[in-house]
Design a protein around this ligand. Structure first.
Ligand code: FES
Ligand code: FES
Length: 169
């Protein structure tokens, strides 16, 4: 009798593309998207749900991909950092956090950016306190939080300006 678990097919929409992952029951979502889809922008730090480096959006809600099993994503939508830009056009959160020099080594940046996108979708004009609160599950060991909060504020302004422009056109 074989003790190797059979692969399970998981149908998931990743960054707008329908894909099938072949996973073992114990495979984490982070491992599946990194190894099978080559989406290595989802970083793995602690792998215990503490650092937030692996944050992705699951049906538009932030989730820790290291804590989720890939099978739990069956039939759902996943957005990773690679799914934010449109062609060569970076997402306003990416642009703003780059311009605000929010990060140093940038290991934590994909997770912060995904959390920031979720925050600004929910609350387009957060206060600095609200930004700190909402991003408190993401850890950075290089940068003080000022430049990260600056970046999210800048992103909020860019998104608001974009919305105003869209509305005017
Ligand atoms: S790698 Fe998932 S929370 Fe740290
Ligand atoms: S910039 Fe290095 S961990 Fe955040």
């Amino acid at each position: 009798m074989s003790i190797v678990p059979e692969a399970i097919a998981v149908g998931v929409t990743v960054n707008g593309r329908d894909v099938t992952l072949e996973v073992e029951p114990r495979t984490s979502l982070a491992d599946a998207i990194r190894s099978q889809l080559d989406l290595t922008g989802t970083h793995l730090g602690c792998e215990h749900g503490v650092c937030g480096a692996c944050t992705i959006l699951l049906d538009d809600e932030p989730a820790r991909a290291c804590l989720m099993l890939a099978v739990q994503a069956d039939g759902r939508r996943v957005t990773t950092i690679e799914g934010l830009a449109v062609g060569d056009e970076r997402h306003p959160v990416q642009r703003a956090m780059y311009e605000a020099m929010s990060f140093q080594c940038a290991f934590c940046s994909p997770g912060f950016m995904m959390s920031a996108v979720a925050l600004l979708t929910e609350n387009p004009t957060p206060t600095r306190e609200e930004i700190r609160e909402e991003l408190s599950g993401n850890l950075c060991r290089c940068t003080g939080d000022h430049s990260i909060v600056d970046g999210v504020e800048r992103a909020a302004a860019l998104l608001q300006a974009g919305t105003a422009t869209d509305g005017a056109s």
